[in-house]
Write a protein that binds this ligand. Structure first.
Ligand SMILES: Nc1ncnc2c1ncn2[C@@H]1O[C@H](COP(=O)(O)OP(=O)(O)OP(=O)(O)O)[C@@H](O)[C@H]1O
Length: 231
């Protein structure tokens, strides 16, 4: 009889022998080499490393935005290579929220309209969408700024709107690429406090790439990339 407990949960993200190279004209440029990595459900992990070491490339693979050149990436127990582009984008829409350094908000839309964007393709009614948007903006402490547009908000507030947009679909996994890179220390700390709430209270799995040691310190595990190799 097997002694392996049947209820063992597989890691949310599992990479085996993952390499990624880009083509530049006739040149093939290797970026990631033979990366093996497990990220458990509920983890809070940070990736650090010099510029060009492959951190964003790795995030793109983890979040199913890109596919490896060789190796296996499993997300939520599914082999990404076996998923069609449509299956993959459906998986991302339901499971992954993204936060970027430059917030990527649409300046002509209000905070609420920006947060609503990921819900527009969902089957939710207008009033249900409004409820979800209000709840997400409450979580980030901006319930009172629903009608403000990004140019009327500070960088820290804009990043919190971006976080509300990332969580409005209630994803399991939050991917953040340099989320504090453009913020002053106080705003950065507010964003990091918010990540801790999302992790500890809402049980999100969080993976962030950062050059900021203050940000990395908040994670449960810090991993280092050097020239495409996971240390
Ligand atoms: N689409 C692409 N086509 C060609 N080369 C690329 C592409 N994306 C990334 N690269 C190259 O891959 C290498 C790693 O890039 P990546 O953005 O993953 O690094 P990074 O560690 O996130 O860097 P940074 O800290 O500066 O954001 C770089 O040399 C970059 O120029």
């Amino acid at each position: 009889m097997s002694t392996v407990p049947s209820e063992v949960t597989p890691p949310l993200i599992r990479l085996r022998g993952v390499s990624k190279s880009y083509r530049r004209g006739d040149l093939v440029v290797p970026v990631l080499e033979e990366v093996n990595l497990d990220i458990e459900t509920g983890a809070f992990e940070a990736f650090m490393g010099p510029s060009g070491s492959g951190k964003s490339t790795l995030l793109n693979l983890i979040s199913g935005l890109d596919r490896p050149t060789t190796g296996v990436v499993e997300v939520g127990g599914q082999d990404l290579a076996r998923m069609s582009d449509k299956e993959l984008s459906d998986w991302r829409a339901g499971h992954v929220g993204f936060v970027f350094q430059m917030y990527n908000l649409l300046p002509v839309l209000t905070a609420a309209e920006n947060v609503e964007l990921p819900l527009l393709l969902s089957p939710l009614s207008r009033s249900e969408r409004r409820e979800h948007v209000a709840a997400a903006l409450e979580v980030v402490g901006l319930g009172h700024r629903m009608k403000h547009r990004p140019p009327q908000m500070s960088g820290g507030e804009q990043q919190r709107v971006a976080i509300a947009r990332a969580i409005v679909t209630d994803p399991d996994l939050l991917i953040a690429d340099e989320p504090t890179g453009d913020l002053d220390r106080q705003s950065a700390e507010q964003v990091l406090d918010l990540f801790e709430v999302l992790h500890h209270e809402l049980h999100k799995t969080l993976v962030l790439v950062t050059h900021d040691p203050h940000a990395a310190r908040r994670a449960d595990l810090v991993r280092h990339l050097e020239k495409g190799l996971l240390q």
